[in-house]
Design a protein around this ligand. Sequence first.
Ligand code: HEM
Length: 437
Amino acid sequence: MDIHDVPRAPGRLPVVGHGWGLWRDPVRFMAELAGAGKIARVDIGSRVIYVITDFELLHRVLVENSDAYERGLLFERIRLIFGESLIVADGEQHRDLRRLLQPAFHRTELASHAHTMKRNADALASSWRPGQHVEARSAMLEVVIANVLESMFSHEPGTGELQFISGLVEDIGAGAMVGSVLPGKLANLPLPVNRKFLSAGMQLRDYCRELLVARRAGGDRRNDLIDILLDSSIDNHHSDKFLAEQAVTVLFGGIDPSTTTLTWALYELSQRPEMASRLQQEISDAGELDPGSLGRLDYLNRFLNEVTRIHSPLLQTRRTVTTVDLGGFTFPAGTDIGYSIAAIHRNPDIFAEPDTFDPDRWPASTAGTKCRSFVPFSMGNQMCIGNNFAWMALQTTLHSLLSKWEFRPVVTEKVPRAMGPIPGIGKLPLEVRPVFR
Ligand code: HEM
């Protein structure tokens, strides 16, 4: 069968195609896509994407036959900022960059990063007062930015700096998503969303370049990402622009998904006091823990599995570079392919009652078995390079916050959405109450 035989997702409207359904409830749209087929055609305005909803087909694309694909639609837009960096590279260039940056994420480095993460989360927890209404998303955003800057760049940002970077990150995230689905002509017009995206991207890249230049001028060594980049430029004569592109990729790449995941975790806790108190009991029974041994907190890890299963990346893209046979269809070179981790994580054939939030669906973490189709960080050679860093930050931050506080919902009129790879909550006011044990 050829590309025209691929079943189309239901609910297509004139002009906007499936754009309206995707906008109205993105996760539901993706979860229901599996009903159309293992691969379903989705029309967003004038763009057509063939979205894979089946795990085994996805495995073929990302792992077994990855050389037949390049990054695709979502990456065209961010290339304007990230240039030739890891997050947009393919093939040989990607392999080289991955090898270059991997040491910054080694397990031995992670152990020392865990202390930084704990310090930041403890400082946040100590800054709250009983009964205070805190805005959880912006608080998580600042902790996440501080974690990456201190761990990878050995740089402690001040309050104003954190707010400045938070603003840039939000503008880049919104512009990247909106711009990727705008029709070609609109994507290049000087619309406010496009101007903000480009300006924020340039400012964040310049910020990273200044950190690199200052380190080189100062001559001190910190054994971090900046040292790795500066060392590589000695032999390879990389330009400062190239180095700043790698740095901004690492800084930006993890901020949005980590912030959104932590915000969802706090949201779920505020809705489920019984789970929060089970977690608090586990944390208190474990006593003083080295941040590196948080893996032993069984219920915390099951809870995080469930948060990352139910709130996962909505749509990633690839593009065929050659003719590809997949799922019984033949796709010519240049076909836009999408994949939805959210759809796979909500598939009832893999996860019974997929819309139910239930940490107990996961086996004890000591059993060491995770479901093969549970892929919050994707899979293959382009899977998330920051997965272990991110997991440690999730564990450490929740451990610190839950040691001191309970979270209660605050009634608000309308909850704004956050645009990013994982559909999120734009603002989450919560009341904090002290934990008494
Ligand atoms: C809960 C947190 C996170 C989630 C759910 C997540 C998810 C992902 C996913 C699904 C991809 C693959 C995208 C694709 O298929 O094209 C990815 C790639 C990537 N992530 Fe993460 N990520 C998280 C945190 C982080 C952190 C903390 C960092 C860095 C400090 C990071 C840096 C990157 C980079 C650089 C890539 C591109 C890797 C490559 O192409 O080789 N991520 N992430």
